[in-house]
Design a protein around this ligand. Sequence first.
Ligand code: PEP
Ligand code: MG
Length: 576
Amino acid sequence: MLTIKGIAAASGICIGHAYRIGREEINVPKEPIREDEIPLQIQLFEEALIKTRREIIELQKKIGTEMGQEEAQIFDAHLLVLEDRMLIEEVISRLKKEHINVAYIFSEVLKKYIDVFSKIEDEYLKERIADINDVGRRILRHLLGRSRPSLAELKEKVVVVAHDLSPSDTAAMHKQNVAAFITDIGGKTSHTAIMAKSLEIPAVVGVEVATTKIKSGDLLIVDGGMGIVLVDPDEETLKAYQAEEERLKGISQGYLSAKDLAAITLDGRTVEISANIEFPDEVPSVKLHGGEGIGLYRTEFFYMNRKDLPTEEEHYQAYKYVAEQMHPHPVTIRTLDLGGDKFLSQFEMPYEMEPFLGWRAIRFCLARPDIFKLQLRAILRASVHGNLKLMYPMISGLEELQQAHKILTEVKDELRSRGVSFNENIPVGAMIEVPSAALTADILAREANFFSIGTNDLIQYSLAVERVNEKVAYLYEPAHPAVLRLIKNIIDSGHNAGIRVGMCGEMAGEPSLSLILLGLGLDEFSMPPQVIPELKYIIRAVTFKQAQEIASEALKLSTGKEVEDYCQAKFTEILK
Ligand code: PEP
Ligand code: MG
């Protein structure tokens, strides 16, 4: 039995067989061919292109019906690769010149393309490498007469093992057939990890050696909560984990009993427990898990995996749907948060040494008022259909907040002059996720209707630890005293100014740390829908006074580890 440690991304235990994707080496034999075999080889190549095209269109249809048109559009880029005349012509001309089998020639041309693209420092082109690779492998498999079932077609539950997950792999991942996943790279708050929680499947990321140590078919135990993968476990370990799996199932059933109850402490303090979503079709899950609203709607996913920009009408329809479905509960729409680890192919973003510190989020929106205004118009128009709020990501200082307000005022004036109705008093909040904003929260609070703390970014910026980098993941500590002090300052500043303070970073859904946040006076906790029942259960099991004592003790401690241990001990004591 081999034990591999990674980063706990989505909790839960899964016992199943490995299905390795992405980095498998396709061995392509090199065979000489005769002049008269060339037409046949060209025909083979054309057939492989046609089969690949059919396969992608089918997959696109399936994803479209099961997951929605947005996810299906991922494959448009793949279809474009199939039409790349330069690539096709190079294969045919080399085939005629070199007299070597077409599969080999194609694999060589593919390698050359990938090599050239990877040397160019341009994020747009880097995204294209994944597409070329994906489609290239499909073509190769057809040329070699091999097939790999796509994730969407898997018949039995598997544990997906990948170097990283491409957008198309993630979108094709269906709850029914992917029981868990493991990746070589990534951090706890990377897009892959957040997605795993949405899909409710255990995941361990940043394993580094997953694809080298695990083969397809290996029996695995994935402990998503501990961030551990056991390869080829012995009988005794297997039995122990089966029992643990049952125990955890029992516990989560227990939590479900609290899902529709208010999040009220034993001594009467009520907080709001809401959900984070990326797509409108997550609304049923929010309701199912007892979400009291949507505290973060990450709208940038709307722009992803498509070649064109979403129109105002598309934005409007999506926001209207979510607002109506959640009514009377509030829905907080975050304006476009592009950049960092989220790149969009529609914009040719300049290469940046430090994308997380670069042209991101509100900075991008202020520089592109055309794009920003279109989204604001749609949000305002949709505001008459429910209880909508809006907030700006990555505010780093007062001027930025004021500039954003100015643009919002212009959009309101325009709509008013056109006679379009909207909620004149739509609450407008600022995400506090940059240390400079956290430290000047008292100033920002004068011009915001509410705050939402984005700990995923606040932690990376305050501790100087990239959130997606597995190499420094050990330093990514939500419980670090510096982070706690910043959070305390934000909450106190907000309250002094009479505004509510919520949190929508992953930290809000961390069970043991939630006691500190409750004690610090956080008003709203927003998290992946599946965590909601457990959080409600916890809040209902403590008194506010206990939580305040825990927070004040935690703030006296010197390291993240001390805080974590202290909270864990208190958590076990109270929740036992
Ligand atoms: C955050 O930074 O905590 C946050 C909620 O936003 P995102 O994870 O989308 O950057
Ligand atoms: Mg953020």
